[in-house]
Design a protein around this ligand. Structure first.
Ligand code: GUN
Length: 285
């Protein structure tokens, strides 16, 4: 068994390099720069790290990022007003509201308020609907990152049995649609699935997006499978994925590590979506 560890960090760097080049050319030709607004409500430690990494990536590729760090008591209407003003701001091409939001704020109301053309997370119902219809341009960054990792690693998807464990709006559901559009045979499993390993053991490509550390063990994985670990869990030792990496690695053909697998790709795809949203405005003017 070849046991190839997919280097998401390296692939993400190469993509960011291409994005930076394209943004530089656009700036030389038009004088215009892309702008991304990143909104963080509260001080959730994981969200704070994600937002910091997103801002850092913006600097790397040449996207102007504006951060709006609001206190956790912020009222829903205050956040809606901010989104409305960013929707109208021609210098802002992408708006990202870091999730999860505090409990007193209804996330769906906030997502609905974002102009779909600036929804670089691909969470707005218009963009989700377009994904279902396979006409999407802004697609949720983590599933897009997963598909891009497979493509860059030249791992075929068509006709494969893909099993996704996890049914979130951010990862599981959009990932299932992306794989379906690529002619894979897709199964979505979740916390109520009975005899989970009956499904995971049949997967040619197994996507773990459960949010439970080291949940996928070696005996749940088919020999020679491709295993994509979307989990980012924190324990005393640091970051740990949803896959029990040391044991599973021995059975697979390809596997993504945590950290350094899907995580950097999510951020690279955010940069890609921001570039896309920016280019769409250039074409309109
Ligand atoms: N929280 C966890 N993942 C994401 C993501 O991709 N986008 C946003 N906005 N929040 C998240």
């Amino acid at each position: 068994m070849q046991n190839i560890i997919i280097n998401g960090k390296e692939i993400a760097s190469a993509i960011k390099f291409e994005i930076a080049e394209e943004l530089r050319k656009i700036k030389n030709n038009t004088g215009k720069e892309a702008g991304l607004a990143v909104i963080l409500v509260g001080d959730d430690p994981a969200s704070t790290v994600y937002v910091r990494n997103k801002k850092k990536a913006c600097q790397e590729v040449g996207i102007r990022s504006s951060e709006y760090h609001l206190p956790k008591e912020t009222q829903q209407d205050t956040l809606l007003n901010l989104i409305n003003s960013l929707n109208k701001n021609p210098e802002i091409h992408g708006i990202l509201v870091q999730l999860p939001l505090p409990n007193h704020i209804q996330s769906d109301k906030i997502i609905d308020a974002i102009n779909p053309d600036k929804d670089v997370d691909g969470f707005h119902p218009v963009n989700v609907g377009k994904l279902v219809a396979n006409t999407a341009s802004l697609i949720s960054c983590t599933p897009l990152g997963v598909m891009t990792l497979l493509d860059k690693s030249e791992i075929p998807v068509e006709g494969k049995k893909v099993v996704i464990v996890g049914r979130s709006n951010i990862v599981g559901k959009p990932a299932a649609l992306l794989f379906l559009h690529r002619n894979a045979t897709v199964t979505i499993c979740h916390s109520k699935t009975k005899n989970l390993s009956d499904y995971t053991n049949k997967a040619d490509i197994l996507v773990a997006a459960i949010g439970k550390p080291a949940f996928i063990k070696a005996d749940m994985v088919k020999k020679g499978a491709v295993v994509i670990d979307v989990g980012i869990n924190r324990d005393e030792a640091g970051l740990i994925g949803d896959v029990d990496f040391p044991s599973v690695k021995e059975r697979v053909s390809y596997i993504t590590p945590v950290p350094g697998g899907v995580g950097p790709m999510t951020i690279a795809m955010l940069m890609k979506n921001t570039l896309l949203a920016f280019k769409n405005t250039l074409n309109k003017n």
